[in-house]
Design a binder for this molecule. Sequence first.
Ligand SMILES: Nc1nc2c(ncn2[C@@H]2O[C@H](COP(=O)(O)OP(=O)(O)OP(=O)(O)O)[C@@H](O)[C@H]2O)c(=O)[nH]1
Length: 378
Amino acid sequence: MASWLYLVIAIAVLAVVLVVALLVGRSRQAPPAAPQAPAPDVVVPPPTDADVAEPAVEVPAEVPVDAAPTLEKPEGTASRLVRLRQRLAGSQSGLGRGLLALLSRDRLDEDTWESIEDTLITADVGVAPTQELVEKLRTRLRVEGSAEDPRTVLREELLALVDAGMDRRLQVSGADGKPGVVLVVGVNGSGKTTTVGKLSRILVAEDRSVVLGAADTFRAAAVEQLATWGERVGVDVVRGPEGTDPASVAFEAVKEGVDTGADTVIVDTAGRLQNKAGLMDELGKVKRVIEKQAPVTEVLLVLDATTGQNGLIQARVFGEVADVTGIVLTKLDGSAKGGIVVQVQRELGVPVKLVGLGEGADDLAPFEPSAFVDALLG
Ligand SMILES: Nc1nc2c(ncn2[C@@H]2O[C@H](COP(=O)(O)OP(=O)(O)OP(=O)(O)O)[C@@H](O)[C@H]2O)c(=O)[nH]1
């Protein structure tokens, strides 16, 4: 009897275990799978009716036909000259007025002549040119009650000092169907890149086609700066990655100028004045490489007029390593020391061809000796 009882209990336990096991197994199974779409290649929500009517990726209803940026129109030469002559007079007239006040004294004694010398030297005219000028003024105005008008005499002598006879035309045209090539050199910070940009605007205003070469590859910002100048007036800027060999950028720029039949290629260079030999190597290489494509027609040295004697030392070094054919004096608006024009021309034996008179895009003007002297005299 007991054994029957044990058997019945055992069967009952087994049945309970089986039922429990069945229930647990079911609950562990995944819930019934929802019908799945095949995995999409790109994760985008499946289209709905609304999506069909209005696409998920927004497409502009109308693509503008002319998406090109609006180009600036650089200021023409005539209005630029009028505006900048006034600015020159504003910054430089102190020198002439000071000299005229001294020369108009009743008696031109030694003290007065000394003051005249001091005034000229303070304005960076340089010692030798100052002595020459004073000598000439003394001769012409020595006679008491001289019939000559001090203003007329001073104007003539200043004009002679600035050397009105020098050829100041920019050589921006090439020969045999090739572009003119302008190489722009000078120490960093002198206003080189700005001058390249401003010069391109002068040429664009004269309807010339221009290519710029951003060969100042040591300073990424200089390349960017030039690219912006180019974009503003629709001028192509040839550039390479930071640290590229400047000569290769210069080569490519001139090549593009030749291939596209441009009128002028302007090449910005790096102005590292680490030592004379290094600079000579760098600029020499740039020039040699360019001349495989087309001759360099102009080498412009950019000098900051506010740097005085320091600027002159730089000018001397660049004059020795590059065949400078013209000088650009920048920042004349920020200096009353316009006499530097005289000194730097003497130092290098080449004319000042352009002057920078402000930070505005069109604040660069051809240097005109008579306008300059008139500005000095106020
Ligand atoms: N007031 C005034 N500022 C100028 C003139 N020319 C250039 N500058 C300013 O001088 C600063 C230096 O000019 P950059 O053109 O960058 O000088 P840079 O020689 O190319 O120097 P890197 O690009 O470092 O080689 C800028 O702030 C210019 O706006 C000028 O004629 N007058």
